[in-house]
Structure formats: C-alpha cells, structure tokens
Design a protein. Structure first.
Length: 451
C-alpha cells in the first residue's frame, strides 16, 4: 500500500495540469454566467467551474488509470512468482502484495538473485534468478538441462528447512528462474529475520547467503468442523479441518467409493472445487497439491471398492469464502508416452472444433457453442452442455499443445456462460474437451463457508 501511495504521489507531482487553459475556461464561464439573471449567477458560476474542474479530474483519472494498468501489466510480465507460481500467488502479484527484494550474491562465477518474496500463514515463497558461467556443465544427475540447488533456510538463526531441488525454467541459455516454497509458516512473524544459505549449485560448492524481512499477510481462518455425506449405495465423502489463507484453501478429505460404473481407459480420481462468488458466479479452482500417506494411494483407481484419505491444497484464484466440492472419476482415452526422466506419462486425446458460433464438440454429451462475446478483459463463450459434467471446455491455438482454461461460469436457463482470459485471435482458436467419460457423485457434494 505504501508503494501504491508513493506511485500515486509521484505521478500526480509529474502530471502537467493545463493551468492557464483551466483558468481561462473558468473565467469565461464566470463571465458568461454574469450575463444571466443575477438570481442564477452563483449557481451557474459554480456549475461551470465544477464542469471545468471535472474535466481536469477526468484527465488526471485517465492518466492514473493508464499508468497503473501499464505498471501492473509490466510487473506481472516480469514477475517470476506470477509466471511460475500457482493461482493464489499470481493473485497476490496482481494485487501487489508481494515484497520486491532484488538481493544478489555472487560466488564461483555464479550469481544468484532473490527477486521477490511472499509470506502468509500457509506458505513462504521466494523467486530466484540463477546466472551460470557459460563453461559450466548444465546437466544434472538426471540428465535434465537445469541446475540443482542445495541449501538451508533459517528463521532468526534457527534452521527451518533443508532443501534440494531442480525445478527451473530457462530464461536464456545460462539463466534460470525458480521458486522456492516453505509451508507451515504460522510461527514466522513479519519482523523475523529470514536467511537463505545455498551451499551447492550443480555440484559446485560455494556460499550464496541472503538475509531479509518480509511483510506478512495475516489473514488465516481455521474451521475444525467435519462432515461426512453418504449416498444410497454406501459411497461416502468426508471433509475435516479446513484452513484458509490469502493464497490457499487446505482441507483433509476421505473418499470411499464402494460401487461405480466399470472403469475404462486411464482413470483418475478428482475433485471439482468451486469458489462461489457473491453473485453466484462459479470460479473454477485448481488443486495445488494432493497427498496421502496410504501405500499405493488410489489416485488412478482400476477397480471398486477403494478408499482414499488425503490432504488437499487448493489455489485461491479469487477472494471468495464459500466453496463447493464434488468428487468424481474421469476416464480418459489416452496414449502412453515416455517422459525425459525415463518414466511413463499419458497424452489425453482431444475432441476439438473451431471456436465459432454453431460449433459442436461431439463428446458423449455434446457441447454446442451458441455465442462468443469479446469484453475488455475476457472472452465470454455461451454454450449448451450437460451441467453435471464437472469440467468446462478449454481453448487452444490450433496445433498447439498449450491451452487456456476457463476462469468461471454461470448457469442460466438455456445456456452456460463461460468466462476465459481475453483471446485476441479468435480465428486461429479451437475449443475442445478431452475424450473422456465422467462418473460424478453429486450426492456426495459438500458446501461450506469460511467467513
């Protein structure tokens, strides 16, 4: 907020207000008003002066809006937290709630820069840039083209975490960007000294040390109520303790499916998590992490019955406090592929059509495009589809593996209104669904509010 206020002041101080033109306009308005009946003079004088002032205020408002929108767009484009972070961290960058650090350490010709930091009661996130010398071997032990980091994080001199990881994106040939995160941060306070010590980068021993403080977002809601719902055939869904911070919704869950339709293809057990806006808009929330202490946890069930207990973290892309969670199983037509580290992955088949009015995606339950509306910041697509299906269509550039996911939707009487980020070139876009079937368990849906 202090940064925002400072930017406002600097911008206003540097705006050239056309004083002479304003004075002439006001004086001319006053002279015009004087020629009218005296009884109306004061009202008209004030009116014309107000109109002139409003014109200047409008100009100033336009300049302010243009400046801050441009600055915000540039900040998001340059932010590693925004580029690589989950949706909750992206929202913090959009709202300028991260701390810009720009701390540099250089050793063994390797420069490490901690660019940004963010802290709340769920997580600490740091973005880093690593500049490597051009004669360094960039291949890690797994033969991946990326450096590995080893180090330790301290809070007030006390060790909190040892880390070793190699999840990076390449900015240029020898420049890498990454994010380091730490959870369980409730006992880290805003005035605490945080220290990062990196002692090895890609097999090179060194000393890259940083100490700093972070502003902390204090919002934290915990609800220890638990609820179990069960359907007529004995399937059940339990949600236990729920915790909410600005970036994450966390909860424990246990799902038991004793009976369902036969599973074909590549099946995954999923949850549809919807944040419900004040006007009923349904914001689609992605889970950030899911974990279970079960041996061979059945995230990819092959038969019934199965039981899965897990901890779930959901990225909060929107500042909402009411959530709806529905379990379902998706079975995809998919092809096995070998991924770079030697493991096996799957490519899910798509059923795609041009993004245009009248197009029909011929899935088991067809999806028809009724209208496409371009707004200033969003592309709105009106569709008809089975509203019980737990996913919305995605949009992709023709021939591209990348795609755009829906932000939210509203169910109207005769159609579903789906909101996407603004798409500029509609003629080259396709709208698609994965070739899949969905077993949804609507009677197991849970809805809760945390405010």
């Amino acid at each position: 907020m202090k940064k925002f206020q400072g930017d406002v002041k600097n911008l206003i101080d540097n705006v050239s207000v056309p004083t002479n033109r304003l004075n002439n306009t006001v004086n001319q308005a006053i002279e015009t008003a004087k020629s009218q009946k005296n009884v109306r003079f004061h009202k008209k004088q004030k009116l014309w002066a107000s109109v002139a002032s409003m014109l200047v205020l409008a100009l100033g408002s336009l300049l302010l809006t243009t400046h801050f929108l441009g600055a915000a767009d540039k900040q998001e484009q340059e932010s590693i937290l925004y580029a690589q972070g989950h949706a909750g961290l992206q929202r913090m960058v959009e709202e300028d709630r991260q701390t810009n650090l720009s701390l540099v350490a250089l050793d063994k010709n390797i420069k490490v820069t901690i660019e940004e930091g963010y802290l709340d009661n769920s997580e600490l996130a740091l973005s880093m840039t690593i500049n490597m010398p051009q004669n360094m071997n960039l291949y890690s032990n797994s033969n991946m083209y990326e450096p590995t980091l080893h180090g330790e994080l301290f809070v007030n001199g006390i060790s909190r975490s040892n880390f070793s990881y190699s999840h990076h994106s390449i900015k240029h040939d020898y420049t890498f960007e990454t994010i380091y995160t730490l959870d369980q941060t409730r006992n880290i306070q805003e005035n605490d000294e945080i220290t990062i010590e990196i002692d090895n980068i890609n097999g090179v021993d060194g000393n890259w040390r940083f100490s700093f403080h972070l502003e902390k977002e204090e919002e934290y809601i915990e609800n220890r109520d638990y609820t179990t719902v069960e359907d007529a055939i004995g399937n059940s869904f339990y949600i236990g303790t729920k915790r909410l911070s600005p970036t994450l919704l966390e909860f424990t869950a246990k799902t038991t499916i004793v009976e369902g339709e036969p599973l074909e293809g590549f099946s995954t057990y999923e949850m549809s998590v919807i944040a419900i806006g004040d006007d009923g808009e349904m914001f689609i929330q992605d889970w950030y992490s899911r974990g279970s202490n079960q041996y061979e946890a059945p995230y990819h069930p092959e038969e019934f019955p199965f039981t899965l207990g897990e901890s779930v973290k959901v990225s909060r892309s929107v500042d909402a406090y009411t959530y709806r969670v529905t379990p379902y199983i998706a079975s995809y037509n998919a092809r096995e592929v070998i991924i770079p580290d030697g493991g096996i992955g799957y490519n899910w088949d798509r059923i795609a059509v041009p993004l245009e009015k009248g197009a029909i995606i011929s899935t088991e339950s067809p999806v028809e495009v009724l209208a496409i509306i371009q707004e200033e910041e969003h592309t709105i697509v009106h569709i008809t589809m089975d509203p019980s299906i737990p996913v919305m269509p995605r949009i992709a550039e023709r021939g591209s593996k990348d795609h755009t996911k829906a932000i939210s939707y509203k169910i109207n009487d005769n159609f579903i209104e789906v909101k996407y980020p603004k798409l500029e070139e509609l003629k080259s876009q396709e709208i698609f669904m994965f070739d899949a079937t969905y077993q949804v368990f609507p009677e197991l849906t849970q809805k809760f509010s945390l405010k």
